[in-house]
Design a protein around this ligand. Sequence first.
Ligand code: SF4
Length: 971
Amino acid sequence: MNEVKKPSTIVDDPNAADDNVELSPSLGDEVKYTTCYMCACRCGIKVYLDDGKVRYIQGNRNHPVNGGVLCGKGSSGIMQHYSPARLSKPLKRVGERGSNEFVEIEWDEALQIASERLGNIRNTDPKKLAFFTGRDQSQALTGWWASQFGTPNYAAHGGFCSVNMAAGGLYTIGGAFWEFAEPDWHHAKYFMMFGVAEDHDSNPIKKGLGLLKQRGAKFVAVNPVRTGYGAIADEWVGIRPGTDGLFVMSLVHELLKSGNVDVEYLIRYTNSGWLVIDDEGAADHGLFARDADGNPLCWDQDAGALANAKSGKVDNPALKGEFTLSDGRKAVPSFEILAKRYLDAQYAPEQVAHICGLEVAQIKRIAAELAHVAFKETIEIDQEWTDWTGRKHDKMIGRPVAFHAMRGISAHSNGFHTCRMLHVLQVLLGSVEVPGGFRVKAPYPKHIPPGIKPTGKPGQVNPNTPLPGAPLGFPTGPEDLLVNADGTARRIDKAYSWEHPISSHGMMHMVIHNAWKGDPYKIDTLMMFMANMSWNSSMNTAGTIEMLTDKDEDGNYKIPNIIYSDAYFSEMVPYADLVLPDTTYLERHDCISLLDRPISNADGCADAIRYPVVEPDRDVRGFQSVLIDLGHRLGLPGLTNDDGTAKYPGGLADYMVNHERAPGVGMLGGWRGKDGDKPLKGEVNPNQLNKYIENQSFWQHEFAPDQRYFKMANKNYLDWSADMGLLPNGDPIIFQLYSEVFQKFRLAAEGHGDHNPPKADGERILKYFDPLPIWYQPFEESMVDTKEYNLHALTQRPMHMYHSWGSQNTWLRQITGKNRMFIHQDVARKIGAVDEDWVWVSSHHARIRCQIKIVDGVNPNTIWTWNAIGKRRGAWNLDKDASEAKEGFLLNHLISELLPQQDDGYRYSNSDPITGQAAWFDLRVKIEKAEPSQFGESYPQFPVIEKFEQLPDTPNISRYGDSFRKKREGK
Ligand code: SF4
């Protein structure tokens, strides 16, 4: 196995050197710094090379993300790079789809095939290209490319990941959990974490938890499963899946009841005092009352009059009461509506505890603890700052309770409101952007919601014409939807339609189904990057495989053309017509841009690059460079000069340096300006990439001490941010506890205005577009017989793996080579099963057979397994009898992409009705013991993917590192 030694620590005892142990072996003849891509966290790494081979990977101590911390996945990047599953040349399908019959072709031919096909689409009907990317870290490029092409049918995988988390935050506080914010690890005294997996802010969270533990802060993990970070929590709240929102509402109920909300904070930084029109049936009922200039109104208690709520001059707006507007109608402060809602007895712990699977006393105690820490253990930092009104503050005062959350609470059909509710709780406690609280990372906070609107409306999609804007954005009302005059969807995934109006990350999980069905229309080409959609990235795996291979009555594939780019021989490759082999992350350029997904922290902004630390030894090309090349061949204006030559002949590296999104604003913020002396905004610097490489592949700008907190209202931060182009202007960001955007949709559903939904969608909008967070039973749970399907079923992500990439990695497979279904001992007892027995697990959609492991640390109504371990036989160049394929399994087989049929026969997507987020964790199942004769192999099994000649033989024993040892020993 691996013979590479880790660097020794400094030895103080001189005698220690006598034992013949080589304490500081050479780790290679060259070191290069780049950015890890073994998960989404983007840590800085030092790559040691020996004779041009990757010998060792170490965390970069200077890097703003990880400060030297490297996880098991990061160190195993060597096996990712040398994976026997790597593709090595472009492929053209010659057999039936799925047969794995390809011929190798040259890149010129591959690009010719792709550009001809895509050129025809662009010349006729650009929306017939659906371009979706998976775990892509270059969405600022891929989204822009789609816009240049002219298709609205673009998204990355956020719709099936955590768009509820992003949208819930961006429509409430202008920032979000995900990796876009962080607890104030240095000051928080009480930390609650809801449903967090290990792949988005992984090492920073580990470092942060260490800091909390050192200071004795309390860590409460809310998750049906006690695993991952929760293993070191001081308290585990083993909540029933899909009830987190109700739990948070109950906490808010307790805080309101006891008067533990930060009134001063609400007045200064939120819309709590804004008056809401109370005129049932009117076209503006539930909207904010506004003055002639459109400013929201409040009631100034000192002046005894209506006033502009955004003037910054009202110190004492009313938060309760009823007031008369100039037209004689009534209005109430939005806080009054909020308080009334959550003070209702239905949110009392006594009412919700049994639904959440918790004790009444536990909810009450946690609410009391939050209140105590927030209001009795206030933090003060001696730092002057100035708010947006010009008022000086001599201190920064904070409520040291912090929260973090991720996919566990968002991957439900009620996830959007749950995510929003968690932000409401934070704001009521006054703990957002304050010392000890929750802090966003630049370029956040943004104005609420961010000002980008989706494009693709009627008239905006035309042959040979770029879209007038980005495909994805943030609707602020029904007029921003992408629908036809008859209300039907404009996008293939039905994002931004009346079915899912705020689907700000698209709905990748619906693309294959809709394209196959031709609903809302047929497409020509599905182009995907890094998305294992025939396997672990899709719901209804068996159905998806059928859709990918299904033909019409003329014998043509219903999805006519599939172009796919991946570095590896994943389960998706056999279903492509054209395969464009990507490089590994150590072989290519990448741009981890502030225009995309920042690596900033709360005290500064930062971005990073990848560059080839080794050259590819195969005929592969980075997908982003291929996309730029393809764009030029297609004559896309942003990629082609007037004389027809390529704008970025040097591919992605060229684009990273020379592309400007706005004057002076490019992909990278560091060393801009012709002399490289301008941060964030400045002319193109031809030497920029070298500067990054000299600086270990990252750039960082630290905020001045007075800019670090209260960013939503901090004059110096807001002005700087506007100067740098991070915000369109320096206006304050006012937290929207009550969302007028949602009320606008409800009014449209009531028939007001010019944009109204079809009747069935209108009923959903009336029900779910509440301007304040609501809780409702997850859809699948409400539609199946819960006596029969009596359990919830979830996946968790192992700390040591990142989706299917990790479970094919030679070193990581040795940690987890197959998954089990973890079940509570009470469940095992009920079905008469003992540890390691095999069981059948069935949903309303399908059934699987798998092996169990009995555990205690799980909600007794919940079973769970590791995500993406199960593999299809023969995929990833693994042995067809590999344990991952023979005994491993996927929960995906059980999950339908559609909800059960309604009375009218229609089946909505199995998604959140607001954002279209895939409701992976709504799954309900039943479990029964399998017959002993059925033990030993998981079900379903699919036909073996026969070995593909291009791939190398895979040794049974990996001896990577042996050559380094031999070299060292002179052999
Ligand atoms: S946390 Fe993710 S990015 Fe960081 S070292 Fe581990 S795998 Fe790499």
